[in-house]
Design a protein around this ligand. Sequence first.
Ligand SMILES: C[S@@+](CC[C@H](N)C(=O)[O-])C[C@H]1O[C@@H](n2cnc3c(N)ncnc32)[C@H](O)[C@@H]1O
Length: 422
Amino acid sequence: MLNKNNARVIAHRAICLIALEKKSLSEAAFPTEANDLSFAKSLTFGSIRFYHHLNDLITPRIKKPLEKKNLDIHCLLILGAYQLIYTDISIHAAIKETVDIAEMIGKNWAKGFVNAILRGIDRDRDVILKSPHHSHPTWMVKKFKKDYPDSYQEIFIENNKQAPMSIRVHPSIERDDFKAQLQNENISSELSKIASQALVLDDAVNITSLLGFENGSCYVQDISAQLAAPLISPKKGERILDACCAPGGKTTHLAELCPDAEIIAIDNDKMRLLRVQENIDRLQNKNVKIMLGDATRQDWWDKKMFDKILIDAPCSGTGVIRRHPDIKLLRKPRDVSEVTKIQALILDNLWALLKPGGELVYATCSVLKDENENQINAFLQRSGDAKNEEISLSWGEGLIGKQQLPEHKYDGFYYAKLIKSL
Ligand SMILES: C[S@@+](CC[C@H](N)C(=O)[O-])C[C@H]1O[C@@H](n2cnc3c(N)ncnc32)[C@H](O)[C@@H]1O
C-alpha cells in the first residue's frame, strides 16, 4: 500500500494544487520526509511542463466528463500519462503505481477507469511521439506567434527544456579559482563569456552544498539576470534605487559591485522583503537600505533624487517558463494586460525621482513585446525628456532595448537603458 511520502503521491498532490487550486509550484511545498524528493519533484515539474499536451491526449478519451469533485482523477491521469510519454519509467510501474493512488485517495471506483485510459495512451505511444506538441496554452501560442512570427517554434522548444543552474561568484573571489574548487568537489562548470562573475554548472546541485555558500561566496542567478547590475554600473557616492527588489538577486549584486554606493531597495511585498534581508545578511552587504514601498507611489520616498534607478518590473514571466512551467497553467491573458499597465505606472512614477542626466535600467523576464519594446517605445513618446541609450552587449537583439529569448544558457529577458535629459 502506498503511503503519503511516496514520490508519486507527493507529485499528484502538487499537480492538484497547481492545476485545480491555482497555487504556484513554489507554494506546492514538497515534504522533506519524502521517500525520494528529487523523483517527486521531477514528476511534478514534468507533468506541469507538458500539462497541455497530456491534457489533449487524455480529454478525448474521457467519454463522460469528470465531476468537479473528481478532477483529482484527471490530475492522476496527467501524472500517469507523463510517465508513459516523457520518461523511461517501466510501463508496469507507471500504470500500477498511478492506479494505486486512486485507492489511496479513497476513489477505488476510478482504478479501472485510470488503468484503461493509461493503457490506451500506452498503446498509442508511437503515434503520439511522432507528433510533437508545443504544450502551451492557446492564448500564449497566439501571442508568441504574433511577436515572433519567424522564431516562435524555438521559444516553445526552449520553454519545454530544463534551465541550467548558474551562479554568481562574489567579486572578491577569482572566478577561475572558484571553478577549480568546485571541480575538486566534482561539480563541473563553464565560465560565462557574457556575465563576468557567472559560472554555468553542468548539473544542478543542492544550493546550500555549494562552497562557502553560507558566507556569501556565491548567489544562484541566471546569466541574463546577472547583466542588470553591470548595466547600472554603480559608482562610489551614487544613490541608486532598486525598485521591485525581492528576493534581492540584483540588489545584492549592485551592493557587492560597489560597496560605496548607497542602494535603496523597495518592494511592495512584505514577505518577499524578508528574503531580501536574508540574502543581504548572507552576502554581508552593508550599503543597502530595504523599504516596503509601492513603486507606483511616492509615499515611501525621502524626496532625495536618485542618480540611477533599476526597475526589475513585475511581468508575465514568459521568459522563465522553463524554470517556472506552472506559468503556463496559472497566467491568463488579463494578467498580462494588467501587469503591462502597472509597468507603465511604475515607469512614469519613478522617472520623476531620477536626477537630470540620470540613468534608468528597465528589465523584465518576459518575451512579450507589449511589456518590453512596445512599453519602452510608448514611454519614450510620452515622457519628453527620456532618451534611449543603445546597450552594447553580444546578448539579445533590438534597437530599443535588447531582447534575449530563452535559449540554453540564457533565460528570456529584456533590458532597456534610458537617460534623462539635463
Ligand atoms: C521580477 S521580481 C524582482 C526580482 C528581483 N529584482 C531580483 O533580482 O531578485 C518583481 C518584484 O516586483 C515586486 N512588485 C510588484 N509590484 C510592485 C510595486 N507596485 N511596487 C514595488 N514592487 C512591486 C514583486 O513583489 C516582486 O518581488
